[in-house]
Design a protein around this ligand. Structure first.
Ligand code: ADP
Ligand code: MG
Length: 736
C-alpha cells in the first residue's frame, strides 16, 4: 500500500530498505527524522479518519464535565469538524501549550494511569490535529468576562489569543483535515461514509451519556441527525436515537461477578429480544465509561443469539461494564479504541451465560404470553397481532395485584402505551418522517452572557412559579404515563389508577413560559432561513384580527399601525436580543428566535400574531411586568397549538376538497374520487398533524415531567380533568 506522503522522500516508510538489495554494498545510513515528520506520522496514527478526531474532541468535552455537546460536520469532516461544549473551558494561560504534544491536564505520573477516570491522558489528540489540519479554539472559563480565540498549526499558536465573546465552554474547530496528506485524503473521498460514521459515534456516546445532550448535524443544515435531550434513562436515549421500534424490543440485563479468582465486574445494559431483526449486529460497548470495541465479546454474544434465537441472530446490544480500574489497561492502542482486561475469558463467559438465560426466558415468555390485542375499530391503524405483553404486567408477579389496581408501573414503559399496539401501519411511517422533521434544531449561536439572570425581577418571577405550584398536579406530572392524544387539544394521561385528560395547549404554554424565565438571557438561537419583514407580517396579523372582529378594511391605517409597531420593536431590539434572543435587525426584519425547548421550533405560521402581541401586549415601563409579558407572548407562540391546516383525519377533510381550493373547477365538482382532494395540501397537513403528535409525545411530555411546575389554576381551569378512576369503574362493573 502507498504510504508516501506528498512531500515524498523524507517520510520514514518511503525509504525502501530492501530496494535493489542485490547491488547495495553498504547498508543505508540511519538518519534522525525531522521532528515535524515524526509528529505528522504520529498524528496520522491518532487521527486516522475524521471520525477519530470527532471522538477525541467529544471525549475532551466529556472530560471537561459538559452537559451539552454539539457537533457540526462539513464534507464528512474533511472541510470542517466543529465541537462545541459547555464544559469548564481552558485557562487562557494554558493556551500557548494547549496543542503541544504530551501536554495534558489529566495525568502527571505514570502510576496515575492505573486509576485514570478521564478519557484522555496522552495529551496527543489536539497536537495531532494541528499537524494534519487547522485548529481554532474558542474558550471561556467561569467568571471571565470574555473568552479567547486562537488558531494553531503544527503544535504552536499562529498568533496571540484574541479576546472574543463566548458562552460557557469550549468550541474547537478543525478545518481542512489531512490537507498535507494527499494519499490519506484520497482514500477518504466518500464524505457520506465518514459522516455516517460520525453520526454512529455520537449516537453511541449519547446512549451511554444520557445525562448529556448531544446533537450532530451537517454544516448548513438546520436539522440534526442526532439530537438528544438529557434524560436519566438509557432506554429513553436509545428510543430517541434508534427509534421506538428498536427500544420496544429491548430487555434490560444486569450481571455481576465478585470472585477474585474468576472476575470482578458489573455489567448492565439492554439486549434485543426475539422480535428484533436487523441485517447486522449493533454492539455499543462501554468499559469503565470508555467507548471500546471487543470483538471476542461481540462474537460470544452473537453465538448465543444464533443458537437460542436463530431468527433474531443479529442483535442490538448496549452494555456498560465496570471493573476495578487497575484491571483495565487503557494504554494499548493509540486511539484507545481497544483496552485489555484482566481475566477477559472469564468475564466474557459470565456475560455469555447471562445473555443466554435472559434469551431463554424471553423465548418461553413469548410463547406463553403471546395474545391478540385488538384496537378500537375507530382508529385508523391496523391492530398489531401477537403483541408481546410486558412480563411485569401479565407475568406471575402481577397476578398478586388485585386486578382493579393493575396499572402501568413504569412511566417510561412503552408497553403501557397505545403506541405499543400499533405497528406496520401508516402511523409508523408518519412517525419516521416526523421523527426526522421534528428534530430540526436550532443553529447554536455563541453569545455573550451578561449578569442579567441576576435581575431581581427574574428572581421574583421564578419565586412566583415555585410558590404557585399545585403539589397534587406536580405529582401527576412527574409520574404519569402518556397514553395518547384523545383529540386536537387533549391528551390522555394515566397516573396510578386514574385517567386524566390534559389540555396540551395550556400545558405547553405554561411550560414554555416557565422555561423562558429559567433560561432568561441564556438562550441558544434559531436562525430564520430568511429574514422575516416585520411590517408585512404585522399587516397580515392586523388583517386576521380585522377579519375576526369584522373590523373595517382600512389598508392605510393598518400600514400605519404596522410601521409604528415595527419602530417600537426595533427600539426595544437591544433588550429583546440580549434577554430573549429575539433578534430584529435595523431593516426591521426578524432574524433570530430563542430555543426554548431543545428539539422544538415554534410553528412559523404564528409569527404574525406573535409579533403583534409583542408590540401590543407588553408594558415596557415596568421591568418585571415587561419580562413577564414577553415571556408569556413567547410561551403562547411556542405552545403546541393545533396546526393551522384543519385535521384531515376528521371533518377537516372537507377543507381539502378541490372545490374549496384554487385548483377547483366546475367539472371536478361532480367527481368524488381521490383527485377531488388537493393532495399536496393534504400531505402537508398530514405531516403537520403527525409531527405535532410526535412532538407532544416525545418532546412535550418528557420535558413536562422534567421541568413543569403546574400552577394551582390548572386544577380548576380545565387543564387537568380526571375522567376515570379504575376503582370506581370496577365498582360500577361489579354492580352490573
Ligand atoms: P488529553 O485529553 O489526553 O489530555 P488532548 O490533546 O485531547 O489531551 O487535550 C489536551 C488538554 O486540553 C486536555 O488535557 C484539557 O486540559 C484541554 N482540553 C481539550 N479540550 C478541552 C475541552 N473541550 N474543554 C476543556 N479543556 C479541554
Ligand atoms: Mg483528549
Amino acid at each position: 500500500m502507498e504510504v508516501r506522503e506528498p512531500d515524498g522522500a523524507t517520510v520514514a516508510m518511503g525509504e525502501p530498505v530492501a530496494a535493489g538489495a542485490a547491488c547495495v554494498a553498504e547498508p543505508p545510513r540511519i538518519r534522525r527524522l525531522d521532528e515535524s515528520v515524526v509528529n505528522r506520522i504520529a498524528a496520522g496514527e491518532v487521527i486516522q479518519r475524521p471520525v477519530s478526531a470527532v471522538k477525541e474532541l467529544v471525549e475532551n468535552s466529556l472530560d471537561a464535565g459538559s452537559t451539552s455537546i454539539s457537533v457540526v460536520v462539513k464534507d464528512g469532516g474533511l472541510k470542517l469538524i466543529q465541537v462545541s461544549d459547555n464544559g469548564h473551558g481552558i485557562r487562557s494561560e494554558d493556551l500557548p501549550i494547549l496543542c503541544e504534544r504530551h501536554t495534558t491536564s489529566k495525568l502527571s505520573a505514570y502510576e496515575d494511569l492505573q486509576s485514570i477516570k478521564s478519557m484522555g491522558f496522552r495529551g496527543e489528540a489536539l497536537a495531532s490535529m494541528t499537524y494534519v489540519g487547522h485548529v481554532t479554539v474558542t474558550t471561556i472559563t467561569e467568571g471571565q468576562l470574555h473568552g479567547y480565540r486562537v488558531s494553531y498549526r503544527d503544535g504552536v499558536m499562529e498568533h496571540e489569543p484574541k479576546p472574543c465573546a463566548a458562552v460557557r465552554g469550549t468550541q474547537i474547530m478543525v478545518e481542512n483535515l489531512f490537507y498535507n496528506m494527499i494519499a490519506r485524503r484520497k482514500t477518504l473521498q466518500n464524505a457520506n461514509d465518514d459522516y455516517a460514521k460520525i453520526v454512529d459515534l455520537i449516537s453511541r456516546f449519547a446512549i451511554h451519556n444520557s445525562n448529556v445532550s448531544f446533537s450532530c448535524r451537517k454544516h448548513g443544515v438546520n436539522r440534526a441527525d442526532v439530537h438528544t435531550v438529557t434524560t436519566l434513562s438509557k432506554l429513553d436515549a436509545i428510543k430517541t436515537i434508534y427509534g421506538i421500534s428498536v427500544a420496544r424490543d429491548l430487555m434490560e440485563i444486569t450481571v455481576s461477578d465478585d470472585n477474585p479468582s474468576r472476575s470482578i465486574f458489573e455489567m448492565n445494559g439492554f439486549i434485543s429480544n426475539a422480535n428484533y431483526t436487523a441485517k447486522k449486529t449493533t454492539m455499543v460497548l462501554f468499559i469503565n465509561d470508555r467507548l471500546v470495541e471487543c470483538t471476542s465479546l461481540k462474537r460470544a454474544v452473537e453465538v448465543v443469539y444464533s443458537s437460542t434465537l436463530p431468527k433474531a441472530s443479529r442483535p442490538f446490544i448496549y452494555m456498560s461494564i465496570n471493573l476495578p480500574s487497575e484491571h483495565v489497561d487503557v494504554n494499548i492502542h493509540p486511539t484507545k479504541r481497544e483496552v485489555s482486561l484482566l481475566n477477559q475469558e472469564s468475564l466474557i463467559e459470565t456475560i455469555q451465560n447471562a445473555v443466554e438465560s435472559k434469551l431463554m426466558t424471553c423465548n418461553t415468555t413469548r410463547t406463553f404470553q403471546t395474545q391478540t390485542v385488538s384496537c378500537a375499530p375507530a382508529s385508523n391503524f391496523t391492530a398489531r397481532k401477537d403483541t408481546e405483553i410486558s412480563p411485569s404486567i401479565s407475568g406471575t408477579k402481577s397476578q398478586k395485584v388485585p386486578v382493579n389496581q393493575m396499572v402501568r408501573t413504569d412511566s417510561r414503559d412503552p408497553f403501557g402505551r397505545l403506541h405499543a399496539y400499533w405497528q406496520d401501519c401508516p402511523a409508523s411511517q408518519h412517525e419516521k418522517k416526523s421523527d426526522l422533521a421534528s428534530v430540526r434544531i436550532a443553529v447554536r449561536q455563541r453569545r455573550n452572557p451578561r449578569e442579567s439572570a441576576d435581575l431581581t425581577s427574574i428572581h421574583e418571577l421564578l419565586n412566583e412559579i415555585d410558590q404557585n405550584i399545585h403539589p397534587g398536579l406536580l405529582e401527576i406530572v412527574k409520574n404519569c404515563t402518556y397514553i395518547g392524544l384523545a383529540e386536537e387539544v387533549f391528551a390522555l394521561l394515566q397516573h396510578n389508577t386514574h385517567l386524566y385528560l390534559v389540555n396540551v395547549v395550556n400545558v405547553s404554554k405554561e411550560l414554555m413560559y416557565q422555561q423562558v424565565i429559567r433560561r432568561f438571557a441564556h438562550f441558544n438561537a434559531i436562525q430564520l432561513s430568511e429574514p422575516a419583514p416585520l411590517p408585512e407580517l404585522l399587516i397580515l396579523a392586523l388583517k386576521d384580527e380585522d377579519l375576526e372582529s369584522g373590523g373595517d378594511n382600512d389598508d392605510e391605517l393598518r400600514k400605519k399601525i404596522a410601521e409604528m409597531n415595527t419602530e417600537l420593536l426595533k427600539q426595544k431590539g437591544e433588550m429583546l436580543e440580549e434577554y430573549f434572543c429575539i433578534n430584529i435587525n435595523q431593516e426591521g426584519n426578524l432574524m433570530r428566535l430563542p430555543v426554548i425547548l431543545e428539539q422544538h421550533t415554534p410553528d412559523m405560521d404564528h409569527i404574525p400574531e406573535f409579533l403583534l402581541s409583542l408590540a401590543n401586549d407588553v408594558d415596557w415601563e415596568n421591568e418585571k411586568e415587561c419580562f413577564q409579558a414577553i415571556s408569556a407572548v413567547l410561551g403562547n407562540f411556542y405552545a403546541m397549538h393545533p396546526p393551522v391546516l384543519p385535521n384531515p383525519a376528521g371533518d377537516g377533510i372537507e377543507f381539502y376538497k378541490k372545490i374549496n381550493g384554487k385548483a377547483a373547477s366546475i367539472d371536478d365538482a361532480d367527481d368524488h374520487g381521490q383527485d377531488d382532494l388537493d393532495q399536496e395540501l393534504l400531505a402537508e397537513a398530514e405531516t403537520a398533524w403527525a409531527q405535532r403528535e410526535w412532538n407532544i409525545q416525545h418532546v412535550l411530555f418528557p420535558s413536562m415531567r422534567l421541568f413543569l411546575k403546574p400552577p394551582k389554576s390548572m386544577a380548576t381551569d380545565g387543564t387537568f380533568v380526571q375522567v376515570a378512576s379504575l376503582e370506581k369503574l370496577y365498582k360500577i362493573f361489579e354492580r352490573c
